[in-house]
Ligand binder design. Structure first.
Ligand SMILES: Nc1ncnc2c1ncn2[C@@H]1O[C@H](COP(=O)(O)OP(=O)(O)OP(=O)(O)O)[C@@H](O)[C@H]1O
Length: 275
């Protein structure tokens, strides 16, 4: 964002500088430079194929950049693979393939907590066999996992196999795993996609409560403009891989570039398209 102060050391500001990826001759993300401040929720919008998911993949490390850099708190993460970026605090909602389908919902969350603690050098039993410490840690992680499941309204399904959950509950579990990792940056890619109408508010409430913490940076790729309008502090618009608009939601939604970008998608984004 123009005029935004640069990140001080230790601050969890996320920044992309000239971030670019080419697939053959096609530039899917084209020199995107942007800063994302802690305590803000930025929605990334744009028509199908605009480069939103690819931009997420470049930030989280699922794809290597052809050019440009990704920085978190001033540290250059561009050369790091996805798992190391996760350890640094970049949290992307888990894809279902990353779950352990044959473990219970709570075991999945417990393992995410354990991975977090191992990343912080705090997993019990390392450097010596202290069974009591291991047992205590395990109990604490189970309790924390259960508390997170209550938060996402999956508390009563803690012993169900992850693979047996209906789609909407699997999406909630993805959010639970992300909360368990306690990242500095939360990246949500269409978090309510495929959910039934009564499940959507649960996920939106969770995102709202994360936002209320003020210490985390939230990025949201979302097609539903009513959700974008309600949750975001800022909207950036990608079109043909380029950043074409950036600003306060009402202004961006009303801008000609967004109106043009969404032309033809009126049925999907009734409010945004009509604004
Ligand atoms: N691995 C890949 N190889 C080749 N082309 C790709 C690859 N990944 C993405 N693309 C292309 O990059 C462009 C951007 O795709 P991307 O999925 O990021 O768009 P999007 O804005 O997330 O779209 P949608 O809203 O439909 O999810 C598209 O033209 C897509 O076909």
């Amino acid at each position: 964002m123009p005029g935004t102060p640069r990140a001080r050391l230790g601050e969890a500001m996320l920044e992309t500088q000239d971030l670019t990826i080419r697939f053959g001759g096609h530039v899917a993300v084209d020199h995107v430079s942007c800063r994302f401040e802690p305590g803000t929720l930025t929605a990334i919008v744009g028509p199908n194929g605009a480069g939103k998911t690819t931009y997420f993949n470049l930030i989280s490390g699922q794809l290597p950049a052809s050019e440009g850099r990704v920085l978190l708190g001033g540290e250059d993460l561009t050369a790091l693979p996805a798992p190391l970026r996760t350890r640094r605090g970049l949290g992307r909602a888990f894809q279902l393939t990353q779950l352990f389908p044959n473990l219970s919902v709570r075991e999945n969350v417990r393992l995410a907590i354990q991975a977090r603690e191992a990343g912080r050098g705090r997993a019990g039993g390392i450097g010596g066999i202290d069974f009591f410490r291991v047992w205590l840690d395990r109990q604490a992680w189970i309790d924390e996992a259960q508390a997170i499941l209550e938060q996402v309204r999956l508390g009563d399904k803690h012993d169900v196999h992850a693979s047996a959950l209906p789609h909407g509950d699997q999406r909630k579990l993805e959010v639970a795993l992300l909360i368990a990792l306690d990242p500095k940056v939360f990246m949500f890619d269409e978090p309510t996609a495929g959910m039934s109408v009564d499940e959507v508010p649960v996920v939106l409430d969770l995102i709202r409560s994360l936002k209320a913490r003020r210490d985390v940076t939230i990025l949201l790729v979302e097609h539903k403009m009513d959700v974008v309008r309600e949750l975001s502090d800022r909207i950036i618009v990608l079109h043909n891989g380029q950043l074409v608009a950036d600003g306060e939601p009402a202004t961006v939604i009303a801008s000609p570039v967004v109106q043009q970008a969404y032309l033809g998608q009126a049925a999907q984004e009734p409010e945004g398209a009509a604004a």
